[in-house]
Design a protein around this ligand. Sequence first.
Ligand SMILES: Cc1ncc(C[n+]2csc(CCOP(=O)(O)OP(=O)(O)O)c2C)c(N)n1
Ligand SMILES: [Mg+2]
Length: 319
Amino acid sequence: MLNKINMLRSMYRIRFFEEKAKKLYKEGMMAGDSLGALHSYIGEEAIAVGACATLKKGDYVLSTHRGHGHCIAKGGNIKRIMAELQGKETGYSRGRGGSMHLFAPEIGFMGGNGIVGGGIPIAVGTSYSASYRETDQVTICFFGDGAATQGTFHESLNIASLWKLPVIFVCENNLYAVTTPVSETISIPNIGDRACAYGMPGKVVDGNDVLQVYETVLEAVNRARAKEWPTLIECRTYRWDPHCFVIPETRGGDEIKDWKTKDPIARFEKILLDEGAITGEQVGKIRSEIIKEIDEAEEFARNSPYPDVVEFKREVDVY
Ligand SMILES: Cc1ncc(C[n+]2csc(CCOP(=O)(O)OP(=O)(O)O)c2C)c(N)n1
Ligand SMILES: [Mg+2]
């Protein structure tokens, strides 16, 4: 049964994790020079949480370069995620992957990807595998508006529909690919409408409304488990931070300020308070608990060892 309080917890976990990650990155604590850029998911939390709340542990998730939130929402251990971001041996990929290559197959988290659109054909693979093995596992594939215009998107949706694969394509349309507005790259108003070209259901939802995301994805997951159709769901949202922390902000005017008034966490908190599902006191308690969890994760990562240099060089192509 849907546990709304746990969903709120998960949204806070992502928000506070990202705030901490951002702070550590700026302090040079994220092995940034060797492990690449850090992409914040702040502002987009409702998509990962609403979508992953529909899944079972054995289901699959494919992620992106902006994937910490997806991993957390799929049940990732935040100590191991934090350690991975810091390039430590206790991280999910033993410090070899970093922020963009988190990988935790034990919870069905089949990886972030530094290649935009790279996860989409892999989702065809995991869903084909489930179909071939006749399990009821489904795959959720997250990707951005920029990725939706890569060739892999079109090829993958075509084959997924043809073979009725149990996959849900969740496009996180945050209106920009790095600094390029979506209006300059996509020829029709809705990415979700592209579904009709592949003969599958397509939806466009408010990606800052966690319950709307949950309900829409749940319908698609049920359809996928029944091996009926894959689905394309476009979630409209906005990232609060610059593309990553090595690229300066280019979005001008009041755009960022306006979107912050649509904060998905504040909105969900208000819904839960209004319907009496939670009290203000409980909200405060949950927030403190999650802040403590994140502080503990930071300490765990800080106290963890770096990989052995010789072994690391043998396994990862560094020069
Ligand atoms: C194949 C490929 N092309 C270009 C890049 C450089 N790049 C990294 S992130 C990004 C934008 C991605 O935009 P979108 O898919 O909308 O995701 P968002 O960053 O908005 O979450 C680009 C062009 C890349 N990593 N891979
Ligand atoms: Mg985008």
